[in-house]
Design a protein around this ligand. Structure first.
Ligand code: PLP
Length: 430
């Protein structure tokens, strides 16, 4: 394993040929360095075309919680591939999706028990918002279409999801003022902010459909943590003003913060929850929007107009559902939450030397999330390249350098990740 630059460095033909035709995510195509050519993944490793192996610090945008190439998930997907890769979900049902719906209902708290499948996190959020607005319409309240959302929140890149993300500070700043207008406010951390939030809710209650929040950790908006009181306040406020509470657990779900779902640690059950990312253990795209009986009951009617008119073409794809069922088997049979605890301890110890270094604003850890917040980062490309030289794949964004490794990462691999961060921060590369 290494970032050994002496290995072959030639660019594969497919990269040179295809690069002029592909448009990469979150990338200024003119100035960005070309992406790393990957030919394989295994455990917590990314294998590059030039023979180098990188230890992966972010598990492919927080999805690959069991590590790459898990044999149990692969076997389940291969069986499903041999039987039936896909069939539409309209008017047809299949075992993997129905089994998964039942298992998710059993795992989630309270009576979150109706699962609507889709194919990406952003779409799951759109569906949650549509459910919340139609919940009002079905109950004769047509004007309640707005949401309370939070500064530093991030819910995806589709229009509706962007509109409930923080456009002022986040990656969608260019769109500020152009999207449907919601009320993006401070999280109720402390009494003063809680009172301010309540007064906004009170003033706008008759326009509001719900509240949407990433429970416990705001991910792409800066890896910011908040405590259980925030979620309990939101639950109380939603109940008082008859708002639906949506928890976006697309990042936090499936063990990342230390409990299977972040809402469990706060002992708060939302009315709707969105799931994706680690749902399939990082193998195939799948998402779910799960509603409580109260929400579902507002759609249960003899009136066809009250049905939820939504149905992504690839919803409940059998391969993805098979992967998700296999991933849940692993959560049942392997000590994943224990591994998260161990990672948490190792992250805390491993990142501690960053505290107090020049340019470091804060060091924090929650579950299997480790964050070094800088006052600012100017040189993303230089920083990312430097990490590759150190033999690790770490992608800082905003002002944070963070780790969200696979739960199966080996202690020495984790040490290499935290060690690389300490070294690079010490060297002042940011
Ligand atoms: N919600 C949260 C909390 C997320 O972190 C993300 C992605 O990072 C999304 C929604 C969007 O998910 P996707 O990229 O699958 O559309």
């Amino acid at each position: 394993m290494s970032g050994d630059a002496s290995k072959k460095t030639s660019t594969p033909g497919w990269l040179a040929a295809g690069l002029p035709h592909v448009w990469l995510p979150y990338t200024q195509m003119k100035t960005a360095s070309p992406p790393l050519a990957v030919v394989g993944t295994d455990g917590a490793r990314i294998i590059l075309a030039d023979g180098r192996e990188l230890i992966d610090g972010i598990a492919s945008w927080w999805t690959a919680c069991h590590g790459y190439h898990n044999s149990h998930i692969r076997a389940a997907v291969e069986r499903q591939l041999a039987q039936m890769p896909h069939v539409m979900f309209g008017g047809l049902a299949h075992e993997q999706a129905l089994t998964l719906a039942k298992r998710l209902s059993a795992l989630l708290p309270g009576d979150l028990s109706r699962v609507f499948f889709s194919d990406s996190g952003s779409v799951a959020v759109e569906i949650a918002m549509k459910m919340a607005v139609q919940y009002r319409i079905n109950r004769g309240q047509r004007g309640r279409t707005k949401f309370i959302a939070f500064k530093s929140g991030y819910h995806g890149d589709t229009t509706g999801a962007m509109a409930v993300s923080d456009t002022d500070e986040g990656m969608h700043a260019l769109f500020a003022g152009l999207l449907p207008q919601h009320l993006v406010v401070d999280l109720p951390e402390g009494d003063e902010k809680a009172a301010a939030l309540e007064s906004v809710v009170e003033r706008h209650a008759n326009e509001l459909a719900g509240i949407i929040v990433e429970p416990s950790v705001q991910g792409a908006g800066g890896m910011k943590f908040h405590d259980a009181r925030v979620l309990r306040r939101l639950r109380a406020l939603a109940d008082k003003y008859d708002l639906l509470l949506i928890f976006d657990e697309i990042f936090t779900g499936f063990g990342r913060t230390g409990t299977m779902f972040a809402c469990e640690a706060a002992n708060v059950t939302p009315d709707i929850v969105t799931l994706s990312k680690a749902l399939t253990g990082g193998t195939l795209p799948l998402a779910a929007t799960v509603a409580t009986r109260k929400v579902f009951d507002a759609f249960w009617s003899d009136d066809p107009q009250k049905a939820l008119m939504h149905g992504p073409t690839y919803m409940a794809n059998p391969l993805a559902c098979a992967a998700a069922n296999a991933s849940l088997d692993l959560f049942e049979h392997k000590p994943r939450l224990q591994q998260v605890q161990e990672i948490s301890t190792a992250l805390t110890e491993g990142l501690e030397p960053c505290r107090g270094l020049p340019g470091v604003k804060n060091v924090r850890v929650k579950g299997a999330i480790g964050v070094v917040e800088m006052t600012r980062i100017d040189n993303y490309d230089g920083l990312r390249a430097r990490f590759v030289e150190e033999g690790v794949f770490i992608r800082p964004f905003g002002n944070v350098i963070y780790l969200t490794p696979a739960f199966t990462i080996r202690p020495e691999e984790l040490k290499a990740l935290t060690g690389a961060i300490v070294k690079v921060v010490k060297d002042g590369v940011a």
